[in-house]
Write a protein that binds this ligand. Structure first.
Ligand code: ADP
Ligand code: MG
Length: 257
């Protein structure tokens, strides 16, 4: 469903991803872990077509999202291509970026109306269904400012789901939340992971969640994959020194394994 082939990404002269290659199977739940600055967010932003790459190729659902030919397109043709390519991908960010002046319902219903030509009535129905799914139906008419952080994040998940993505990206969606609000968001994600066949890429510092959620874990450091495997193996029996050191730090910081 997702293929990175020798992807190179730098900001100016500073290399962030160095010939990074990996694949994610349809329906697979992949957790990306690694120290701050290791390139996790960059990987998700590239998939969301928010960042360009300098070399390599990316395929989503077997279709090229990025390759050298697309890189050589003129600006308009390239933007049209990227616009079409990102339709199959949804992303939830660390900072819930809901539109502050719109109700929760409108936040969720808007994109299908604007980008998929869904009728306002059908978009409202879909939005209500999704808000029910994330336990937010009772807040449909509230403004984002009236919500807790956990509620905002659940609304942001519903909004991403409204475009019916085949691939969902989650970037540290609980790390800006007060501790008592983390669990309600993780519960929604757990339900999505078990009840849908969406492909999911998750960046998290919640190692116990990654262990339960993920089919496979990639441990990144310095824009490279240091180690990958099933979560139980990576967490219980890491092979690489850098993985061991990272997991020791996580435990020392009080985050559970
Ligand atoms: P992570 O999410 O694993 O913490 P990031 O993907 O955010 O890592 O960042 C990887 C590296 O790229 C870091 O060294 C970061 O400072 C750098 N970086 C990220 N975004 C930018 C940017 N817009 N401009 C310059 N450097 C950036
Ligand atoms: Mg990040």
């Amino acid at each position: 469903m997702v293929q990175f082939k020798a992807v190179r990404k730098s900001y100016g002269a500073y290399p962030v991803l160095a010939d990074l290659s990996f694949e994610v199977s349809p329906g697979e739940k992949l957790a990306l872990i690694g120290p701050s600055g290791s390139g996790k967010t960059t990987i998700l932003r590239i998939l969301m077509t928010l960042e360009e790459i300098q070399a390599g190729a990316i395929l989503v659902g077997g279709m090229p999202l990025w390759n050298s030919e697309i890189a050589s397109f003129g600006a308009r043709r390239r933007e049209a291509h990227l616009h079409a390519a990102r339709r199959s991908i949804g992303m939830v960010f660390q900072q819930f970026n809901l539109f502050p002046h719109m109700s929760v319902l409108r936040n969720v219903a808007l994109a299908p109306i604007l980008t998929q030509g869904v009728s306002p009535a059908a978009a409202r129905d879909l939005a209500m269904q999704l808000l029910e799914k994330v336990g937010m139906a009772g807040k449909a008419n509230s403004l984002p400012a009236e919500l807790s952080g956990g509620q905002k994040q659940r609304a942001a998940i519903a909004r991403a789901l409204a475009l019916k993505p085949e691939v969902m990206l989650f970037d540290e969606v609980t790390s800006a939340l007060d501790p008592e609000l983390v669990e309600e968001v993780l519960n929604v994600m757990r339900t999505l992971a078990t009840e849908t066949d969406m492909t999911m890429l998750l960046v998290t510092h919640e190692m116990s969640f990654a262990r339960d959620f993920a089919d496979r874990v990639l441990f990144l450091d310095g824009g490279r994959i240091v180690e990958e495997g099933p979560p139980r193996r990576i967490f219980r029996n890491p092979q690489e020194e850098r993985t061991k050191a990272f997991l020791r730090k996580i435990v020392a910081a009080g985050l559970s394994l």
